[in-house]
Design a binder for this molecule. Structure first.
Ligand SMILES: *[C@@H]1O[C@H](CO)[C@@H](O)[C@H](O)[C@H]1NC(C)=O
Ligand SMILES: *[C@@H]1O[C@H](CO)[C@@H](O)[C@H](O)[C@H]1NC(C)=O
Ligand SMILES: [Cu+2]
Length: 855
């Protein structure tokens, strides 16, 4: 331990000794990896108990606490000196409610549109002139605080202008919750002078007004540069100093995709002074536009880079003037350096001039990445950020081309068992978002299990009201209760069964783990629950240090013929579950060499074939993996066969994945170090996996982190919605928004949309298993795919599954498709039918319901 000041500085001798003892006991005779040591040290050192007085805690005390980092601003609030505000309308007759009041730092004064006279009709605008140019990444809107709700902004758009005359397309749009809490409207960082908020509706529909107590703007979040990551194959890294004595902290560790390994300058023996540098050699020349730096993930802050500069070279000898320079904040978020302009380079050098916290003369890094300009045809494209009136913690794709989303009893926080839930529905055709508090089912549906029923209704179980079960019917737009479960649950896994019943298992998060959260089945016919005494929860547990409270969470389930269910994670142990009679559970092997992968995810990308991505050995405080596996449920001789496939470039816990019509799987968000309610270590680069090659390719980077409590769903138009994250009250990591990703298959290199095949004529809304379906397209197509509508929460979507269909061509562009006869293959429910042309460009989907014959 002596001679490790870079790691354990600040830890008392006693604590360090304690750590040694612990580790020696764990790994006798082995040299303890420094990262693990330092992490233990961080845990020992961390004695500042964060009390979160404003976070109501659920009874039974499930220990979800908001970490301190969640309280830190993600981007600096810009100083408002010298700013002016103007509005299309101001009340000046009956009150002094001018636009400027939104900038005065006094929440008691407000801007209100004229209300004494006739009032001016909507939309209303308030325009801020900063009188200087700055990078802006968000607007913070505080509704009036005087008790009146009038004029709270509902639907909004934010636009930017350099000169106050020419305005671009909105950088953010959305709908805000009808309450008095402060809202953050995020967007892609941009340099601007003028920022305009346009209100197109009053949140409660109370009148033609708009009002605001305060408006602030957020500056540069310093996150990873926008664009697309360059693939790191064949890259090497060298550094001015490396620790190789007491740890293998070499420069090359920043390129290995494993955030648990790190580069650290020498901290044994004679410790070299700052500055330190690390140089990446790409072994080829590429256009580089930015660098991203992930600090070490092991809990120690030592060596985090503060002041930095970036230089580049074509030949490794001559490095030019810095292409980027600045100072990174002393925290665990992924940092970026956007170059003054894209440069052609083979070598990129990052020089650390200071340690972010002034803790010592070291420099460390978990990962370094370089980005280049994004090519839409390779990397896809993001919509602007769409504000939601709640944090979309759970979502379900509905048969009526709408997306249902909900949070908890509040739009921005959870706690207790309040008996009601905030919900929102986005109409995917118009983008309109409506909000509703659901009281009648007496069910706070925070942290639930979800299964989409055979007829497109949404069954939601447990969560904060842990025994309750509710059903949303998109046909009537109503919520109703079904019977309570026998066992109270939160964080359970659910799946529909081929006969239309639903299976649930696990869920100790809400209530404790007594009784055993074994399996039970909901009957579609009777609406009642039947316990499966033959399906205890024990075989599916992970070895989470937090015990069953975490170990039985978020089961990955794949339902098959005859009510058999493959449980393929997150435990490393796989199990077959029979839901017949009393049920049974039997081992089904392991997921190749995978360890437990809590908060990783699983996607059924083909019949019986699943891809599993990421996860960690513990729910929290654990480094995630970048590994991915395939699991073939049918394998050889009906046994699941698992294999490791390509690694993701990013390790991810809390990511979400969707299968696309062509069978590729796109993964969004997650963080390399699992920590609920934190934006630290966010993977802002989505990746796409190709089943043909087993390789992942980077996609265009996202503007907003999507970690714990985020979602992703394939939409019927072939795009992907991803949103949410947080739900931690007054924290800074609430993400009451989403964005829509257009996959590369839909775009040309110049960003224009590719021509897509279209369905012509009617497609029946309902088809039975084994039935033939005659379809016509406007141009000849190659293949078809059915993708079951998804429901997403907590990185689990046991509903989505893709079924490729081979057409029988009956004319130039007429085809006969056969819906699988096996209801275990085509699990009943809402499906999106896509036609794909020879280049893999998908149509928009026809939405149909696959029903058991005769129903
Ligand atoms: C590297 O490039 C610089 C500038 O183009 C040149 O002056 C220098 O001689 C080159 N060095 C080598 C070793 O090729
Ligand atoms: C994770 O770390 C936080 C502090 O960073 C601590 O409060 C929490 O109890 C830890 N959780 C577990 C399961 O060890
Ligand atoms: Cu949760």
């Amino acid at each position: 331990m002596t001679g490790a000041p870079g790691r354990l500085r600040g830890v008392t001798k006693r604590a360090a000794g304690l750590v040694l003892l612990v580790c020696a006991a764990v790994l006798p005779g082995l040299i303890q990896p420094e990262s693990a040591l330092a992490h233990r040290a961080a845990l020992v050192r961390d004695t500042d108990p964060h009390s979160d007085g404003d976070m109501p805690m659920p009874p039974g005390g499930h220990g979800e606490v908001v970490p301190e980092e969640a309280m830190r601003p993600p981007a600096p609030t810009l100083p408002r000196e010298g700013w002016t505000a103007t509005a299309d309308s101001e009340e000046t007759q009956e009150g002094d409610q001018r636009a400027q009041n939104a900038l005065d730092g006094d929440p008691a004064t407000l801007w209100h549109t004229e209300w004494s006279g006739d009032g001016t009709p909507r939309p209303h605008t308030i325009t801020i002139d900063m009188h200087r140019t700055a990078v802006v990444s968000g607007m913070v809107y505080q509704p009036r605080q005087d008790g009146s709700p009038n004029g709270r902004i509902g639907e909004y758009a934010v636009s930017l202008s350099g000169d106050g005359t020419v305005w671009g397309k909105p950088v953010a749009t959305g709908t805000l919750a009808d309450d008095a809490t402060t809202k953050t409207l995020r967007f892609v960082p941009a340099r601007t002078r003028y920022v305009r908020l346009t209100a197109t509706s009053e949140a409660g529909g109370r009148g033609p007004w708009a009002s605001a107590a305060e408006i602030n703007l957020l500056g540069d979040p310093g996150g990873p540069a926008p664009g697309a990551d360059l693939p790191r194959d064949g890259w090497t890294a060298t550094a001015s100093s490396e620790e190789t004595q007491d740890a293998d902290d070499r420069a090359r560790n920043v390129l290995d995709g494993d955030s648990g390994t790190l580069w650290h300058t020498r901290w044994t023996g004679t410790v070299p002074p700052l500055p330190h540098s690390i140089t990446i050699d790409m072994h080829r020349t590429a256009v580089v536009s930015g660098l991203s730096y992930e600090p070490r993930t092991d809990g120690s802050p030592n060596g985090r880079i503060g002041q930095y500069s970036v230089t580049t070279s074509l030949n490794g000898t001559a490095f030019g003037q810095p292409v980027a320079a600045g100072t990174w904040q002393d925290d665990d978020t992924v940092k970026g350096a956007t170059f003054s302009q894209p440069v052609s380079a083979r070598y990129v050098r990052l020089t650390a001039l200071t340690e972010a916290g002034g803790r010592g003369p070291w420099t460390s890094a978990a990962e370094l990445r370089l980005s280049g300009p994004a090519d839409p045809a390779v990397h896809g494209r993001w919509s602007s950020v769409i504000g939601f009136p709640l944090v979309p913690v759970a979502t379900a794709v509905l048969p009526n081309n709408k997306l249902l989303a909900w949070s908890a009893y509040a739009p921005d926080r959870f706690g207790g068992s309040n008996g009601y839930t905030q919900t929102a529905i986005m109409d995917l055709a118009t983008g309109k978002i409506t909000q509703r508090r659901v009281d009648n089912t007496k069910h706070d549906m925070f942290c639930p299990g979800v299964a989409l029923l055979a007829d497109g209704r949404v069954l939601v179980t447990g969560g904060s009201n842990a025994e309750r079960a509710s059903i949303y019917d998109p046909g009537t737009d109503k919520w109703t209760s079904t019977s309570d479960m026998n066992i109270a649950r939160g964080y359970q896994g659910m799946t529909l069964l081929p006969n239309g019943d639903a299976f649930v298992i696990g869920g100790s998060w809400s209530q404790d783990n007594a009784p055993d959260k074994g399996g039970e089945v909901w009957s579609a016919a009777t609406g009642t629950w039947r316990k499966l005494p033959g399906v205890p929860v024990t075989p599916i547990l992970t070895a989470d240090p937090a015990g069953p409270y975490r170990a039985d969470n978020h089961a990955w389930l794949y339902a098959m013929a005859k009510g058999r269910v493959l449980q393929l994670g997150p435990s490393k142990q796989l199990n077959w579950i029979s839901t017949d009679g009393d049920g049974s559970i039997t081992p089904a092997g392991t997921r190749a060499d995978s360890v437990d992968a809590m908060n990783g995810d699983a996607v059924a990308y083909d019949v019986g074939k699943l891809l599993t991505l990421g996860g960690a050995t513990a729910y929290e405080n654990a480094t995630a993996t970048n590994r991915a596996y395939t699991v073939d449920a049918n394998g050889g001789n009906g046994k699941p066969v698992s294999a490791r496939t390509g690694d993701m470039s990013y390790a991810r816990s809390f990511g979400n994945s969707v299968v696309l019509p062509d069978g590729k799987v796109a993964v969004f968000g997650g963080q390399s170090y699992a920590k609920p309610f934190s934006d630290g270590h966010s993977a802002l680069t989505p990746e796409i996996w190709d089943p043909a090659t087993g390789r992942f390719t980077a996609l265009a980077s996202m503007a907003v982190p999507r970690n714990y409590h985020s979602v992703a769903n394939l939409l019927p138009d072939g795009r992907v919605f991803t949103g949410g994250g947080g739900l931690c009250g007054d924290c800074q990591t609430n993400h009451a928004d989403g964005a829509i990703f257009t996959p590369p298959a839909l775009l040309n290199p110049d960003g224009t949309e590719k021509a897509r095949p279209r369905f012509v004529g009617d497609i029946p809304a309902k088809v039975a298993h084994g039935q033939q379906l005659k379809v016509t397209t406007d141009v000849p197509v190659d293949r078809f795919a059915l993708i079951r509508a998804g429901a997403s929460t907590h990185s689990v979507d046991n509903d989505q599954r893709r079924i490729p269909l081979t057409p029988r061509k009956t004319g130039t562009s007429t085809y006969e498709l056969t819906v699988p006869a096996d209801s275990g293959v085509a699990l009943p429910g809402t499906y999106m039918l896509f036609a794909l042309d020879a280049h893999g460009v998908p149509s928009k989907a026809a939405i149909l319901t696959v029903t058991p014959a005769g129903k």
